[in-house]
Ligand binder design. Sequence first.
Ligand code: ATP
Length: 262
Amino acid sequence: MPNDDIILAVDAVHATYINAITALHGVSFEIRRGGILALLGANGAGKTTTLKAVSNLLPAERGQVNAGSIRYDGSDVSRRKPGDLVRAGLVQVLEGRHCFKSLTVEENLVAGIGRSGRRAEINADLERVYSYFPRLREKRRTLSGLTSGGEQQMTGIGRALMSRPRLLVLDEPSMGLAPLIVQDIFQTLKKLNREIGLSILVAEQNSAVALRYADHATVLENGVSVLSGAAADLRQREDIRALYLGQQPSPAAKPSRLHAVA
Ligand code: ATP
């Protein structure tokens, strides 16, 4: 029975590349409408593969989901084209800040519209992006290739916002950025979540920042979801960083209530 409160349900997903390399073998989590879920894991744990599976992008990489199910808004994503999912509000910001470097920031934003739109509507959407990212308004006429890494990440997120997402999916938005810029980006994501009810799935290796802004988190290890819980509870468990995320815990790690995923 589908639960209307759940915008994304990932259940026991197994995935392979070129029918040979197993990348996921048992990934499960759910995102409530209006929730922020952090998908944590070390390098190669399967975060990117999971995000691609969610948008049905694995076939384009010679990958496939072999078992389990992924439901967005109650419907099976494997039966829908990636573009169709975007139009239904499931929008990804891909890893690595994919901007067209020879286009201006504003041209990049407009390139994100997955539909034909009237100028007035496009302008209203641009205004909304600029209200959340004032830096982009300042740089609107600058070529993206000449903007900073943080501004390129903001452009990537802004471009996704132009498609009017209901579930925004981000792959390592903190990668390669200075801590202050990372805070700025996560604060803006949280603001979007609060003000327009945007649901968010964010994959991160930077568990400290992700756990500060997410409501819930799921930890992946070698393609399996091994731990799930409220972000506030996981934040207390610094030993998780050493166990699953390849980071050193501080000496003052505290115990808390969490459940391992069966
Ligand atoms: P990273 O932070 O390095 O992106 P990740 O947690 O996102 O790590 P994935 O990129 O999903 O992990 O990788 C999971 C596994 O799948 C790894 O063993 C990886 O080598 C493999 N893999 C990923 N992409 C491909 C591909 N296109 N073809 C073959 N194997 C792949």
